[in-house]
Ligand binder design. Structure first.
Ligand code: XMP
Length: 305
């Protein structure tokens, strides 16, 4: 395990030495890795670091407010309101890979503009050790900012947590005093709720997925899943009041895993599942049905697209 206090001291010194008097920029995602990288870099170079948080509209419930609060001590923090631009970019797209691509492209354009206006020479990234292994093995590009170093002509790339595993990053986050909601946060995919909405991404489906994910996170917390969320997977009939409705089908997923490479569907108590079902259908009149996904990975993936 990492010795968090001395790791922090060394990392701050290294960033100071690497960046010198120049400016740097980092994309905050709301997750623990980029939050820790940003906090370390800010300790090293202060407001010469511009942390950029792009609100894609595909984030978890309350995530943007949480970012504003957690990083309010950084005067240079920029929050980019890009929700409409992301929805426009996704309009009409149903293919999962095309969705990912459209989001990646849009993200790069948003971030590039901020990096140029911040006159940044360095890019700070929250890449952790397992990300590097997976990228080198070409298993999956794990970063929605993966193309950035090539797009903006940065002088250098700074990756302060590149040698750490996830649980070590969490230790450093606690030592840095980041709130529990960040240090203990479960993994969330770069493309966000877009891959928890099967087919075309619309405002309505995203809102349903966001609320349902929040409910699932709350209700499963005591069972400590590795990841738990909900996805909007299609439409089906239901009865609401006296009316037959054609409403959304929400699939609930809760998995146990060590690293996300394989996973087991969690055996949740029936009462928990029923509570989730009744909250999701009760809080949204357009949801007709809630199902529980019992598929392991493999053969399924954890996310839906
Ligand atoms: P899958 O769905 O491939 O997911 O079984 C494995 C783990 O990776 C996360 N995931 C992503 N993370 N960018 C990310 O940063 C992505 O494009 C992405 N796709 C999936 C997923 O949430 C799970 O933890």
């Amino acid at each position: 395990m990492v010795d968090a206090p001395s790791f922090i001291e060394d990392a701050v010194e290294e960033i100071e030495a690497e960046v010198g008097d120049a400016n740097a920029v980092i994309a905050l995602s709301g997750g623990v890795d980029s939050s820790v990288a940003a906090a370390l870099a800010y300790r090293a170079i202060g407001d010469r670091l511009t942390p950029v948080y792009v609100d894609t509209g595909l984030m978890r419930k309350g995530e943007t407010d949480q970012i504003r609060e957690t990083f309010s001590y950084m005067d240079s923090l920029r929050v980019v309101e890009a929700q409409d631009r992301f929805l426009d970019a996704l309009s009409g797209i149903t293919d999962p890979e095309e969705k990912r691509h459209a989001i990646g492209e849009r993200f790069i354009r948003e971030f590039e503009r901020e990096a140029v206006s911040a006159d940044a020479d360095y890019l700070v990234q929250g890449t952790i050790y397992p990300d590097r292994i997976e990228s080198e093995g070409n298993i999956k590009s794990h970063h929605n900012v993966g193309g950035l170093p090539e797009v903006v002509d940065f002088e250098g790339l700074v990756e302060p947590v590149r040698e750490l595993y996830k649980d070590e990053v969490r230790d450093v986050a606690r030592e840095l005093g980041l709130e529990e909601i960040i240090s203990e946060r479960m993994p969330f995919p770069g493309p966000g709720l877009a891959i928890r909405v099967v087919g075309e991404v619309t405002r309505e489906k995203v809102e349903i997925a966001r609320e349902a994910c929040h409910i699932v996170e709350e209700e499963t917390a005591e069972h400590d899943p590795w990841q738990a969320f909900a996805a909007v997977v299609g439409k089906g009939t239901g009865v609401k009041g006296d009316n037959r409705v054609h409403g959304w089908i929400v699939s609930v997923r809760s998995v146990e895993s060590r690293d996300g490479m394989t996973a087991r569907a969690q055996e949740l108590p029936w009462e928990t599942l029923q509570r989730i079902q009744s909250r999701i259908t009760g809080e949204n009149e357009n949801v007709a049905r809630v199902v529980y996904d019992v598929t392991h990975k493999p053969p399924a993936t954890i996310e839906y697209e």
